[in-house]
Design a protein around this ligand. Sequence first.
Ligand SMILES: *Cc1c(COP(=O)(O)O)cnc(C)c1O
Length: 406
Amino acid sequence: MTDTPLNRAVFDQVMVPNYNPAACVPVRGEGSRVWDQEGREYIDFAGGIAVNVLGHNHPKLVGALTEQASKIWHLSNVYTNEPVLELGLKLTNLTFADRVFFCNSGAEANEAAFKLARKYAFDTVDEEKNEVISFQQSFHGRTLFTVSVGGQKKYREGFAPVPEGISHVPFNDIEALKEAISDKTCAVVMEPVQGEGGVIPADPAFVKAVRELCDQHNALLIFDEVQTGVGRTGSLYAYMDMGVTPDILTTAKSLGGGFPIGAMLTRKEIAGSLGIGTHGTTYGGNPLASAVANAVLDTVATPEVMAGVKSKESLFVQRLEDINKRFNVFRDIRSAGLLIGAELEEPWRGKGGAIIAKAREFGVMLLIAGPNVLRMTPSLVITEEEINLGMDRLEQTLEALISEAE
Ligand SMILES: *Cc1c(COP(=O)(O)O)cnc(C)c1O
């Protein structure tokens, strides 16, 4: 053990400065409550960015992890293992898919999806059919391919040359997609609700049109459900509520409930393009990660948890509307289950970061999605009491900020 006190200052001493974490250092969590080194308590509306789908320290997940920990941790894909086989069966039973590729993160799941889309077009049509269309403001991860497909330029600045054959069109704009798509398009990639881009749901008519245009041009439709998946929107995957089925779906974040895991789901005939040796990752389908994900799915994919998402969403939205009546801070409140965004009104625009920093002082953890949107992605089993307590604290935060400004 080191004698150096393990505080925020150490971060600046030893870490690459790509993050700017909060001053407090959390050490323990229980449900939707977290405590830091000083024993200060926080209500967790951030959920580790849509990851802690069953909160902290959930007994079923702790049980699954510790049980697997005493059996076998890792094998690599030179061998398969029981937890991953069970997880593959579960995901294919629960979704449109009949083939799964496992990896360790959302970016890796998307990387696999984009590579598969190109390879499938290469195998079934020709090498000219390689173009990928995605949407402005979209987010698909931080590898070079995924920042290139993502619709936020700032994430690829300075990293050129980036992969080619990618275009970005405005989200929810059918005409713009019609204009851009062609028989050279191998895939259209979308988030059913743009998460990092500001919590922006796809219009139902838009989703249908995207599917039709993909069919007309023999392009694959890829749904990036890394943020929306595993119950977040009130159905196991968001596509299930949209009357449209993708050809490839990526899932990560909530799938492991806090243990790193990602997956790409697809159909058998498409999956065939990733034959033996074409793609891979050492940890993909690791027994520990798979055991936890099995417990996550067993717990989340139940009518009680799904119904709870809708009632908790209503309470969140109600409380945000009440806050807005008092302070007039939000221009728009958007939600898709427990993926909730509150877009700031003048004179608060651009101040999302300052608001969530202040909220932390008042004991509530929130996120932003860009500088203008407060975002909440809590546990799906957060209690009413925890929601109300966190919302009281957000209200106190805004009260304090207003009186400071006066
Ligand atoms: C978070 C996110 C990713 C990237 O996932 P990582 O696990 O951080 O690589 C990709 N797509 C969407 C929609 C996300 O929200």
